[in-house]
Design a protein around this ligand. Structure first.
Ligand code: C2E
Ligand code: CA
Ligand code: CA
Ligand code: CA
Length: 270
């Protein structure tokens, strides 16, 4: 499908369909999609500030729907979460993303989104270890992105997080600042990176939250990344605030694997 300037897919309009029954219908079709290889992984570059080197990419799942075209995760992740299908779907993304990243020419890392549901599964670190072994990707080049929703997962989740850390995988706290238990999680969870949610990216008003999060990252010895950067002005402000990396339409949209591969060794304008 054509890039419509929104990350490459038709935007899902909430209210378009009724939720509950719709989710199970979606999930049934999604099960088929998994079997029939209709899912694809797009990659959005993560760049260094201020020099714009592509230091890695975030894997973002898409569904090449036979009738509806290329669908973004907004159209199906919720259904996958509610039916538990997120577990095999997430495992598929993990394998596809690590396999792709293993072909990249340098030390670039790949970030994979992992849902709270996946992270509660017993043996999740073994699944990750198997994906690394199969692909040949070194653990240090994989970043697992988690959100604050994992905080409700309890002991099994914490054990899995420690298991991931012991493998040498990096952990990123995604959508930082939007959850209810940001600080609790930061104090108890062994993360390496925090990713400022795009709703806090400075837009001309005072940058208090973006600033505070950068300072907190420094205090905890974590890498600070900003997502959803859409303008040069925002990139400049984030650089001044001490963000080391950023991601957003200003630098590059999510793109198919082959496109990213061709751009990996280039620099983007900051
Ligand atoms: P996320 O992890 O916060 O991913 C960033 C989202 O912001 C992506 O949306 C990306 O296309 C979009 N984005 C990037 N730069 C910009 C920008 O400059 N401006 C704006 N407005 N948006 C930007 P996408 O691909 O639609 O993914 C939505 C969410 O779906 C992700 O949010 C993530 O929570 C979830 N998701 C995606 N892939 C997976 C997956 O494999 N597994 C799981 N569990 N969740 C996934
Ligand atoms: Ca993410
Ligand atoms: Ca995010
Ligand atoms: Ca987000």
């Amino acid at each position: 499908a054509k890039d419509r300037g929104d990350g490459g897919y038709e935007r899902y309009r909430p209210g378009m369909e009724a939720r509950g029954a719709e989710n199970s219908r979606r999930a049934a079709a999604l099960r088929v999609a998994l079997l029939e290889d209709q899912l694809v992984v797009y990659f959005q570059p993560v760049v260094t500030l201020p020099d714009g080197r592509i230091t890695g990419a975030e894997a973002l799942v898409r569904w090449q729907h036979p009738a509806e075209g290329l669908l973004g995760p907004g159209a199906f992740i919720e259904a996958a979460e509610q039916t538990g299908l997120i577990v095999p779907l997430g495992a598929w993304v993990l394998r596809a993303a690590t396999r792709e990243a293993a072909t990249w020419p340098g030390e670039q890392s790949v970030s994979v989104n992992v849902s709270a549901r996946q992270l509660r599964e017993p043996g999740f670190p073994s699944l990750v270890a198997a994906a690394l072994t199969e692909s040949g990707l070194p653990a240090r080049r994989l970043t697992v992105e988690i959100t604050e929703s994992v905080a409700v997962g309890g002991g099994a989740t914490m054990e899995n997080l420690r298991g991931l850390r012991d493998l040498g995988v990096r952990l990123s706290l995604d959508d930082f600042g939007t959850g209810a238990s940001t600080l609790t999680l930061l104090a108890t969870c062994p993360v390496h990176q925090i990713k400022l949610d795009r709703s806090f990216v400075p837009d001309g008003r005072p940058d208090a939250i973006a600033d505070a999060v950068a300072q907190m990252a420094r205090a905890f010895g974590l890498e600070a990344v900003a997502e959803g950067v859409e303008t040069a002005e925002q990139a400049a402000r984030l650089t001044r605030l001490g963000y080391e990396k950023a991601q957003g339409f200003h630098f590059a949209r999510p793109m198919p694997a082959a496109e990213l591969r061709a751009r990996l060794t280039t620099t983007v304008a900051v």
